[in-house]
Design a protein around this ligand. Structure first.
Ligand code: GSH
Length: 213
């Protein structure tokens, strides 16, 4: 039985989510890196591991798993403490709602391959690519901000950092990268700040990864 392996890329927000979960659980997997800007995710070697050609990937005990949410829920079930979901069913559902708003309604639209397709097929230049992703972040963050009005304590759902924060922080990192104006979203900014102060979130931050450029 070999140590678990996490395959990621320092700037991948989906890999960033898994790194936070790993750090919250106190796990120490081996790490491998796929350079997205160099297109290594599309190479035959990597596609043999993950036909989707995306990071992150998690491997342990003969299991090979893609999709950050599936990986994080797997880790939460395999390593129960500390739990990444709140105790009450309603709160668990709200945490998943926030995570899925980010994972399904915002993040895919700003992915490298989507932006590259906009350029290839419609001639989108750097400005158009940025405007596109800022547009979708704005729509998704409006929904998250409204949700936080009822759910947030110190963190996204109550006072414990968990699944919703694991998805929020990397998306806010992304938003800043795209120079998205966060001023209309004070609850998101507060939740991001509170989570980023925690050691697990510091350890998982893109700039603290060995492959950071
Ligand atoms: N839904 C997937 C998304 C994975 C994903 O889109 N990863 C991005 C990096 S954040 C990627 O590998 N992009 C490579 C590309 O677009 O070519 C997950 O949550 O794991």
């Amino acid at each position: 039985m070999s140590d678990p392996l996490l395959i990621g890329y320092w700037r991948s927000s989906a890999a960033y989510r898994v790194r936070i979960a790993v750090a919250l659980k106190g796990l120490e997997p081996r790490h491998a890196y796929v350079h997205l800007r160099k297109g290594e995710q599309r190479g035959a070697d990597y596609r043999a591991r993950n036909p989707a050609g995306l990071v992150p990937m998690w491997e342990d005990d003969g299991l090979s798993l893609a999709q950050s949410l599936a990986i994080i829920e797997y880790l939460d079930e395999k390593y129960p403490g500390p739990p990444l979901l709140p105790e009450r069913p309603a709160n668990r559902a709200v945490a998943r709602e926030i995570a899925l708003t980010i994972a399904c309604d915002i993040h895919p639209l700003g992915n490298l391959r989507v932006l590259d397709k906009l350029t290839e097929d419609f001639g989108a230049d750097a400005g158009a690519r940025a405007a596109w992703i800022r547009h979708w972040i704005g729509i998704g963050f409006a929904a998250v901000e409204a949700r936080l009005a009822g759910s947030a304590g110190r963190h996204c759902v109550g006072d414990e950092a968990g699944l919703a924060d694991i998805f929020l922080v990397p998306q806010v990192y992304n938003a800043r990268r795209w120079e998205f104006d966060l001023s209309p979203f004070p609850r998101i900014v507060a939740a991001d700040e509170a989570a980023r102060a925690l050691p697990a979130f510091v350890a998982a931050a893109p700039e603290n990864q060995p492959d950071a450029e």
